[in-house]
Design a protein around this ligand. Structure first.
Ligand code: SF4
Length: 449
């Protein structure tokens, strides 16, 4: 499948809202009452029937949660077969299943492969038992190692690992150990998330009581930069703030415009074009490609419309059992809202946004020049792409352009643009111009300190 059709073909997400036990940091919607799985499965099939023919062919299926690997052999088979009854999938569909290391048994791996699941996203989080206990994970580091070995032995060729940094007492040394252990399995993809303390979680409450020493902003910044440099130095492309893709086999897909257009990517791929193992599904979210979300709390997007389901499993099942839609609410995005979202999403990726797109914002040239001078954005082949330092401030970069537009429209400066917006990691509005020999994407790949 070419890059262009990949970016136009819809994706399908299924939310599996069950977990055996809630982790201490998690605020995703899931419940531990697994006796509701049969009701949820039949509701899901009813919901799928409502969307038959409305999204065309899908080329991604993402089974997320919750814990999809919790489903037993019969349940996962019924789920996939039900989806295939209602929807068409392209022959090379990327089918991802989120798995917890302690759910893995050889029979399941074999079944996954038989059902066409060709990508496993494994919730590793850490290879250090003390950190896993802090997070309230139900698996040990040893179980994770055994699961990853079993996946590779069974021939699973596309593995993505989720990891968390910024844990109390972890330090860069501990984090590096976890990264090195992960790299021993040569995962095709890594998602590295900064530890966050959501107020509604047990760890969030502990932090509020002062019982947990969260990383400082400076430490968060150090973790982020270390991770980016370390993984890029080992052949991974830092293609979105939290996501890294290993370069694929030589010449496996030569038409990826990301590789063709970016100077910084050319350096990595100059001798041969090797398509990185991106998450095809997640890139659809970042590119406003249509997607359908099924299950409690799932979101969907098509033609500028966004809608989402009720979160409660009971309410979801009840609505569908009574022949009602489980949609809780919807919004129609105006062209301006879509444009701002595209700016926000684009500047969180290494793909960036086109200069032509930026030029639709009044005052854009001055802002772009400032951001280039500050080393936060680089322009290459008519695309404005955040630098590594720019990624650190990605949530605030779109505000710079919006702010410039407002100033241009009204003639008035806007004051504190960050007052109600996302909080940047670094407090100052512009970082000092960096030394390009140590900070540019081209030059600092591979430095791991
Ligand atoms: S982190 Fe994953 S396994 Fe843990 S409670 Fe959240 S969804 Fe469930």
């Amino acid at each position: 499948m070419s890059f262009t059709s990949e970016m136009n073909t819809s994706g399908l997400y299924v939310h599996v809202p069950f977990c055996q036990k809630k982790c201490a940091y998690c605020d995703f919607y899931s419940i531990t009452c697994t006796s509701l799985i049969p009701d949820w499965l039949s509701a899901l099939e009813n919901e799928a029937s409502l969307y038959r023919g409305r999204f065309g062919v899908f080329d991604t299926l993402y089974l997320g949660g919750g814990t999809p690997s919790l489903l037993d052999l019969h349940q996962i088979t019924a789920l996939i077969e039900g989806l295939r009854r209602h929807f068409s999938f392209s022959p090379d569909t990327e089918v991802t299943l989120e798995a917890n290391p302690d759910d893995v048994i050889p029979e399941k791996i074999k079944l996954y492969q038989g059902l066409g699941i060709n990508r496993l996203s494994v919730g590793v989080q850490s290879f250090i038992d003390r950190e896993l206990a802090f997070l309230g994970r139900r698996h040990s580091a040893r179980q994770t190692l055994q699961a990853l070995e079993a996946f590779r032995k069974a021939g699973v060729a596309n593995l993505s690992l989720d990891l968390i940094y910024g844990l109390p007492g972890q330090g860069l040394t501990g984090w590096r150990k976890t990264l090195e252990q992960a790299l021993a399995f040569q995962p095709e993809h890594l998602s590295c998330y900064q530890m966050t303390y959501e107020a509604s979680t047990p760890l969030g409450r502990k932090k509020a009581l002062g019982e947990v020493a969260a990383a400082t902003e400076e430490e968060e910044r150090d973790f982020f930069l270390f991770t980016s440099r370390f993984l890029e130095g080992r052949g991974y492309l830092h293609y979105e703030i939290s996501n890294f893709a290993r370069l694929g086999e030589a010449n496996n897909q030569p038409n990826d415009p990301l590789l063709d257009n970016k100077e910084s990517f050319k350096r990595i791929a100059k001798s041969e074009k090797r398509k990185p193992y991106y998450s095809r599904h997640n890139r659809k979210y970042w590119r406003h490609v249509p997607y359908l979300g099924l299950g409690p709390g799932a979101h969907s997007f098509q033609n500028g419309n966004r809608w989402w389901n009720v979160r409660s499993v009971q309410a979801y099942c009840q609505a569908l059992a009574q022949g009602r839609t489980p949609v809780e609410d919807r919004e129609i995005l105006s062209p301006e809202q879509l444009r701002l979202e595209a700016l926000y999403l684009g500047l969180r990726t290494r793909e960036g946004v086109s200069v032509e797109f930026l030029s639709r914002t009044p005052g854009w040239e001055k802002t772009l020049r400032k951001l280039q001078k500050a080393g936060l954005i680089e322009v290459s082949q008519d695309r404005a792409v955040p630098t590594r330092q720019g990624f650190l401030l990605a949530d605030s970069l779109p505000l710079r352009f919006m702010d410039a537009g407002l100033e241009e429209d009204t003639g008035c400066p806007r004051g504190n643009v960050f007052a109600s917006g996302p909080r940047p990691l670094a407090p100052e509005p512009f970082l000092p111009a960096p030394d390009l020999s140590t900070h540019s994407w081209q030059e600092d790949n591979g430095q791991d300190t």
